[in-house]
Design a protein around this ligand. Structure first.
Ligand code: NAI
Ligand code: 15L
Length: 268
């Protein structure tokens, strides 16, 4: 018998920025942490299994999900860009993941969505999880797809998902916008922990920002996760506000998604 919550937890995107943080913080929750990425990962340590896999490879993803209890899905293209790689990793790849999870009887997926699923909301609006998606590019569309796909797997198959609409999760905020959108690594780890262990999540959408002074996002629809962010951006405010002034009429300054709203189009 074990006191750990899971026997085998799968972490995708384990070679990435957030995956590397979660690789450490998820360990106490599971007997075996299966880590996966298309890129090379640090070698597996005690209590880990490393499986290199392209999410676009359906057979590979079927094998990846074998024996897995729950998934923390961080893998995929994580920025705006041309359609084809996003289609392969974030659309076909996510479908592969959910089909494999369904076949395997996985109970819960924590899906890294993004604020770019709602990035075309003006900064003057405060929104919650019931507001419609307003993606701000190919990448945002793929995250909106992930939210719809996971909703379908809950309604049809009872596979629970928490969609994390992550703001900007880096060691520190990098610009004025991130004074509002920043999510500390500590708060991110705690959010994933709460999402995995809350007794019942069904299909939940939660905005991932720390307890910053200003916010565009209302998390009342995710209160059942029991997540309370503790970090904030006040220690960075003076430095960010001293950066060169921005053009307030630039769409990148008007919308929540920032610069993503002005990227593209890409060669077609
Ligand atoms: P990252 O780009 O550092 O990590 C993503 C990982 O996915 C990489 O290691 C990459 O090799 C892997 N990957 C890419 N294509 C793949 C494929 N076809 N098959 C398997 N693996 C593949 O991104 P980061 O910052 O760690 O973000 C993690 C997740 O959180 C991503 O899904 C991202 O979209 C989402 N997110 C992150 C935010 C942030 O501020 N860091 C904000 C909003 C969402
Ligand atoms: C994201 O979704 C990206 O993964 C990350 O690199 C940042 O661009 C972040 O959004 C953001 O909006 O700051």
């Amino acid at each position: 018998m074990t006191s750990r919550t899971f026997n085998r937890l799968l972490l995708t995107g384990a070679a990435g920025g957030l995956g590397r943080v979660l690789r450490t913080s998820l360990k106490p929750l599971t007997n075996i942490l299966r880590i996966s990425d298309i890129a090379l990962m640090e070698p597996a340590q005690a209590g880990e299994e490393a499986v290199r896999c392209d999410l676009a490879d359906a057979a590979g993803v079927r094998g990846l999900l074998e024996g897995v209890d729950a998934v923390v899905h961080m893998g995929g293209i994580s920025v705006e860009g041309p359609w084809e790689p996003i289609l392969a990793a974030n659309i076909a790849g996510l479908h592969n993941l959910y089909e494999a999870a369904r076949v395997q009887g996985v109970k819960r997926v924590i899906f890294a969505s993004s604020n770019h699923a709602i990035g075309f909301n003006p900064r003057s609006r405060r929104i919650d999880a019931n507001d419609p998606v307003r993606p701000d590019g190919n990448y945002g569309v793929s995250k909106a797809f992930g939210e719809a796909l996971s909703r379908f797997y809950w309604d049809r198959y009872g596979l629970e998902t928490v969609c994390l609409r992550i703001g900007s999760c880096f060691p520190e905020p990098k610009d004025r916008r991130m004074l509002i959108t920043w999510l500390s690594y500590e708060d991110m780890s705690e959010l994933v922990h709460c999402s995995l262990t809350a007794p019942k999540v069904e299909h939940t959408i939660v905005f991932g920002a720390s307890a910053n002074r200003d916010s565009w996002w209302d998390n009342k629809a995710a209160a059942h996760l029991g997540w309370t962010p503790r970090s904030n951006t006040e220690a960075y405010r003076a430095r960010m506000e001293a950066l060169p002034p921005v053009d307030q009429s630039d769409p990148a300054e008007l919308f929540q998604g920032g610069g993503y709203t002005t990227m593209g189009p890409y060669p077609f």
